[in-house]
Write a protein that binds this ligand. Structure first.
Ligand SMILES: NC(=O)c1ccc[n+]([C@@H]2O[C@H](COP(=O)([O-])OP(=O)(O)OC[C@H]3O[C@@H](n4cnc5c(N)ncnc54)[C@H](OP(=O)(O)O)[C@@H]3O)[C@@H](O)[C@H]2O)c1
Length: 226
């Protein structure tokens, strides 16, 4: 891995990914909204920033050119196919052999075999409904984005994050193919470690065409299964 593009670099997850990528000596290109460029000031002399909306196909075409890895934060903002537009542009324009790693939450299911608790399902339903009402978030569009990724023959991984918290790294999260697996029960991952898993996935070919659901390795459920 030599050069990686981080789509959504100015967000909390994105900034952690920038740091992990720089720590590995990768050349980094970051995409973020024009107004968010100052959030990357600490990295400004070490990365190339391509300002623009992540669902702007020309912005993505320019940013991913020559990158052997693309890390994409799928965020369901607004009601203009933000997530699916972003994912589609990455799928269309990334170099043919590039490793593509996308972020989302546990609510995305690849094969319908995830087992969700009733309160998790109720939470997703309420969030989706409220979000549609205020037209700020379009959860269904993140589902559509992932449907397109799963159907693609690109070298993708979709990392499904549990509930997140801040704090020092605990190391690489543990993963399972299906939500509902007891090892994931803690439903808690440090954001810095979500980013670590995304960056490590770039060079882990066993994760190609997988949608790992992750949990913090020092949270109670993985420790109970150790
Ligand atoms: N939050 C959680 O508890 C949780 C749980 C599980 C999984 N996840 C997943 O983790 C990933 C990161 O989530 P996060 O909550 O930690 O957020 P985050 O890292 O802060 O990322 C949010 C992203 O959305 C962008 N954004 C914010 N408002 C926007 C708008 N109105 N229009 C366009 N872009 C906008 C941000 O860009 P700017 O810097 O330009 O604002 C940033 O790139 C996502 O894939 C999410 O599905 C989150």
């Amino acid at each position: 891995m030599r050069k990686v593009c981080i789509v959504g670099a100015s967000g909390k997850l994105g900034q952690y990914m920038v740091q992990h990528a720089l720590d590995r000596g990768y050349e980094v290109v970051g995409v973020c909204r024009e107004r968010s460029v100052p959030k990357l000031a600490a990295f400004a002399d070490r990365i190339t920033i391509v300002p623009g909306h992540t669902n702007d196909r020309e912005v993505i075409r320019e940013a991913v050119a020559g990158c052997d890895g693309v890390l994409t934060v799928l965020a369901p903002w607004g009601v203009q196919q933000y997530s699916s537009g972003t994912a589609q542009a990455v799928l269309d324009y990334a170099d043919p052999d590039a490793r593509l790693v996308f972020s989302c939450g546990w609510h995305i299911s690849r094969d319908g075999q995830d087992q969700y608790s009733w309160w998790f399902k109720a939470g997703v339903r309420v969030t989706t409904w409220l979000a549609r009402l205020v037209r700020a978030v379009e959860v269904d569009d993140q589902v559509e984005a992932c449907r397109r990724i799963f159907a693609s023959d690109r070298r993708w991984t979709v990392v499904r994050g549990s509930d997140l918290e801040e704090g020092e790294s605990q190391g690489l999260p543990v993963w399972s193919r299906h939500v509902g697996d007891p090892i994931l029960a803690s439903n808690r991952t440090r954001r810095v470690d979500f980013a670590l898993f995304m960056v490590e996935a770039l060079t882990d070919d066993t994760l190609i065409h997988e949608a790992p659901a992750i949990v913090g390795r020092l949270s109670p459920s993985p420790l109970a299964h150790a």
